[in-house]
Design a protein. Structure first.
Length: 85
């Protein structure tokens, strides 16, 4: 069975809740996380066992292994992050 590889942009408080939806799902793998707070980013990656970390969301979006992305940043940033360059 192939897994859907997901990336999260933003790993603050709300990401804790979203992570729970991926944690025990055999069909989904949390493949990458992105945040501008590098200390928080590294801590989340360790806690969640995530392979890839990015501080630039463009790089996460360019990752060929990412099948789906959740934008978990402040609302006013969503449109820019979800729009093609």
């Amino acid at each position: 069975m192939s897994q859907l590889c997901v990336g999260l942009i933003g790993v603050g408080f709300i990401a804790d809740l979203h992570y729970l939806g991926y944690k025990d799902n055999p069909r989904v793998k949390l493949h990458a996380v992105c945040d501008v707070d590098e200390a928080l980013l590294q801590r989340r990656a360790r806690e969640w066992g995530v392979e890839k970390v990015y501080t630039d969301y463009h790089k996460l979006l360019a990752d060929p292994n990412v099948d789906a992305v959740e934008v978990l940043t402040r609302h006013h940033l969503h449109a820019e992050m979800a729009s093609p360059p």
